[in-house]
Design a protein around this ligand. Sequence first.
Ligand code: HEC
Length: 134
Amino acid sequence: MKALPALCLLLSSIACHAETPQQIRQAYTMEASAQQAGFTPSAKRGEAFFHQRFAVSDKMPACTSCHTDSPLNAGQHAVTGKSVRALAVAANPERFTDTAKVEKWFGRNCKEVIGRACTPGEKADFVAYMSEVR
Ligand code: HEC
């Protein structure tokens, strides 16, 4: 959640609760560019990241553990069994329209799956993939 005020600042003129996937991707891209000059988000890298397996958790080794192999599908929580709606914008237009929600879930899920926070670049790639996958 620490990145949230910075993100809201980057989005300056826009109310911090009515956003678009494009604006959220843009904010992460700006944050990533500050660390790595010329950073450009890549849906392809985002896709690879979505499928990548990490060695931190047996129950949830990858984003796909709860979100399934396709972000176009509804998923199921690996621990609670609760259903999770599709992550792809094409399947669920509410995705990536609320910075606070996006930051909350990146925070929680990256920590559980990868054992650390996702970088702004990883987030930009992820949003790019979720926005473009059909
Ligand atoms: C333990 C199950 C689980 C795993 C593993 C998981 N997620 Fe999620 N994710 C959820 C749940 C639950 C929600 C919130 C419910 C919802 O929005 O449908 C969510 C929502 C999100 C959102 C919010 C998107 C939006 O705009 O609504 C993002 C971003 C996200 N996850 C990213 C990831 C990433 C990145 C990974 C892999 C590093 C990952 N998740 C792995 C369960 C999981």
